[in-house]
Design a binder for this molecule. Structure first.
Ligand code: AGP
Length: 608
């Protein structure tokens, strides 16, 4: 959610931290700040607004230091003001701290500290940690941090410095992401690898409550019990180009256009076209447990939850295996019927979503086997699950998820194929599905060629206040996803509905100002959807139809038709969602919205 970057080494820390914060702006972006250590002690600069403004301020002052910590904030407690921006500094001015997460018992802690005479400057939950560390400090920062955090309930990723130990950054995390990285005689801490990729690809993932101490001499790590621990160094496999725009106007557009490749990457080495089957190395040893489980659940949030809905439909239709889909935020609190004979799949792009992590913990507490379907390698969800499959979409920077969604659905399709074959799907059906999946990248290319036409349609509808998206079967979750994309980046109210449900209520909303996006492929419900479109037209609604290439009939009733190649219901959701991603993108551009960093949203929601 918020972004953290810290540096200690031989070079000037300021440009390193500023560049890192700029790379993290997609995570949280209402204010930012930096704490720099120099011979006189701590020097602090903060602004409300973008990192570019902080950069300008620092350039005027020509700051230089070999140790600094910085932060971009996504407000939770208190509005985006100067005082609420991080870093937060202790009352004596010696400790500075940046935090990502939420402190649940901050009110009690704040009252206690205030009773002791501590004066707070901000409305944030974070400031209580500074107060506590200050109270616990007796000459060793890491010891003070450990003691202070023993009073804290909540989630945190933290980087902390003390003016009396000017060459040290102390870092720790619990339920929020934090990585450490090493370069040549320089060391980094960040909430996301994107922040430091320019300098290092050798990273350490801290486990919950472990402490990392960064000095110019290196990184030391300590366990919860304060014992030194030797941590594995992981090599990051993606490149800087993958987190840059590469000539596209926005990351979102780049990510939409990268889908032929990312879908291919999700299938590479896994789809077995000659056998009409699939092989998923990471969970191959769990396939028996998935087949024989008493209950199967998908749990996730937002777009990943939509992927779960598609997974459920595919599991049931093709593998004939019942399963349930749960919002992760609800799963935790509704006493789910989960036990040792249950399999729970957690789906997440970031692998850091707090609600999904909490659902995983709930499932584990009930002895279920939890498997992950994740994009970010080494993320908390990847590490908290027993086994899993990476979707290999590469870094997704645009806040609105696009390529990660189609990669999640690709992986779920592969898993369904594998299970379906074991449950009796014939070889010829398996071969037909595998062939359709293999042709997905070229078919996605074909869909993307309609971007200009979609941009023209977007111009006509950019002033709408409401949209309704209709779809049936596997295209109902696609309708939900299309509506979510539009809401997120253009701020137009949009709803997804099963097409036939329209007449049970939403039809009341339809008039000439209401655009309807109707997903109407030539499948078994085609005639029914045409009737739904007729119902809309009879009430003067305007219809953008998504239809199968070659369908001339639909042209007579819809106002606009977007075509996709003919598809099996196995591959239809992936092809159908792409025009909807493009439609929301172009509507948002037309409305002048900040596509990659929509208001109020953050890329990974690390608070519950
Ligand atoms: C997607 O466009 C959203 N920004 C959001 O709904 C997202 O899918 C959700 O927060 C879950 O994130 P995750 O996949 O990283 O767990």
């Amino acid at each position: 959610m918020c972004g953290i970057v810290g540096y200690v080494g031989q070079n000037n820390a300021v440009p390193v931290v500023i560049q890192g914060l700029q790379r993290l702006e997609y995570r949280g972006y209402d204010s930012c700040g930096i704490a720099m250590m120099n011979s006189e002690g701590l020097n602090l600069e903060k602004v409300t607004g973008k990192v570019m403004e902080l950069q300008g301020l620092l350039a005027q002052k020509k700051n230089s230091t070999s140790l600094a910590i910085g932060h971009t904030r996504w407000a939770t407690h208190g509005p985006p003001t100067f005082d609420n921006a991080h870093p937060h500094v202790s009352q004596d001015g010696k400790i500075a701290l940046v935090h990502n997460g939420i402190i649940e018992n901050y009110k009690v802690l704040r009252d206690e500290l205030e009773n002791d005479g501590y004066q707070f400057r901000s409305e944030t939950d974070t400031e209580v940690i500074v107060g506590l560390i200050s109270k616990c400090y007796h000459g060793n920062l890491e010891h003070a941090v450990r003691e202070a955090l023993s009073y804290v309930v909540g989630a945190y990723g933290l980087a902390i410095v003390h003016a009396d130990e000017p060459e040290k950054i102390v870092c720790t995390r619990k339920g929020a992401p934090l990585i450490l990285a090493m370069g040549e005689n320089e060391y980094f801490v960040a909430s996301d690898v994107a922040a430091i990729l320019h300098y290092s690809k050798d990273v350490i993932y801290l486990d919950n409550e472990e402490i990392g101490v960064l000095t110019p001499e290196g990184i030391e790590t300590y366990s919860v019990a304060d014992e030194p621990v030797v941590k594995k160094i992981h090599k990051i496999t993606f490149n800087l180009e993958e987190i840059e725009k590469g000539g596209y106007e926005h990351f979102m557009l780049k990510e939409i256009f990268s889908q032929p490749q990312t879908i291919y990457d999700a299938m590479r080495g896994r789809l077995l076209p000659e056998e009409g089957n699939a092989h998923l190395g990471g969970i191959e040893h769990m396939i028996g447990s998935i087949l024989h489980a008493d209950q199967r659940y998908f749990t996730a949030c937002g777009t990943s939850w939509h992927a779960g809905l598609i997974g459920e439909m595919m599991f049931e239709q093709f593998a004939r295996l019942p399963c349930e889909v749960e919002y992760a935020s609800e799963f935790r609190y509704r006493e789910p019927l989960v036990d040792a004979k249950s399999i729970v799949f957690a789906i997440s792009q970031s692998g850091e979503t707090a609600d999904t992590l909490a659902a995983i913990q709930e499932a584990k507490n009930r002895d279920a086997t939890v498997l992950g379907i994740c994009n970010v390698v080494g993320s908390s969800i990847a590490r908290e699950t027993e086994a899993g499959v990476y979707v290999h979409a590469g870094p997704e920077i645009g806040v609105a998820s696009t390529k990660a969604f189609t990669s999640q659905v690709t992986v779920l399709s592969l898993l369904t194929l594998k299970l379906a074959r074991l449950m009796g799907m014939s070889e010829s059906d398996g071969l037909e599905i595998a062939d359709a999946m293999q042709r997905l990248p070229e078919n996605v290319e074909w869909v993307l060629k309609q971007a200009d036409q979609i941009a023209e349609i977007a111009k006509l509808y950019a002033d709408a206040s409401n949209f309704l998206y209709l779809g049936r079967g596997v295209n109902f979750p696609v309708a939900l996803e299309g509506a979510l994309k539009l809401k997120e980046i253009s701020y137009i109210h949009a709803e997804g509905y099963p097409a036939a449900e329209m007449k049970h209520g939403p039809i009341a909303l339809i008039d000439k100002s209401m655009p309807i996006v109707a997903i109407a492929p030539q499948d078994k419900t085609y005639d029914k959807i045409l009737s739904n479109i007729e119902e809309v037209k009879a009430r003067h609604g305007r219809v953008i139809a998504l239809a199968t290439r070659g369908d001339e009939r639909i042209k007579d009733i819809a106002d606009h038709v977007l075509y996709v190649p003919p598809a099996l219901s196995f591959t239809a959701p992936i092809l159908n969602v792409i025009p909807l991603q493009l439609l929301s993108y172009y509507v948002a551009v037309e409305r002048g919205c900040n596509v990659d960093q929509p208001r109020n949203l953050a890329k990974s929601v690390t608070v519950e």
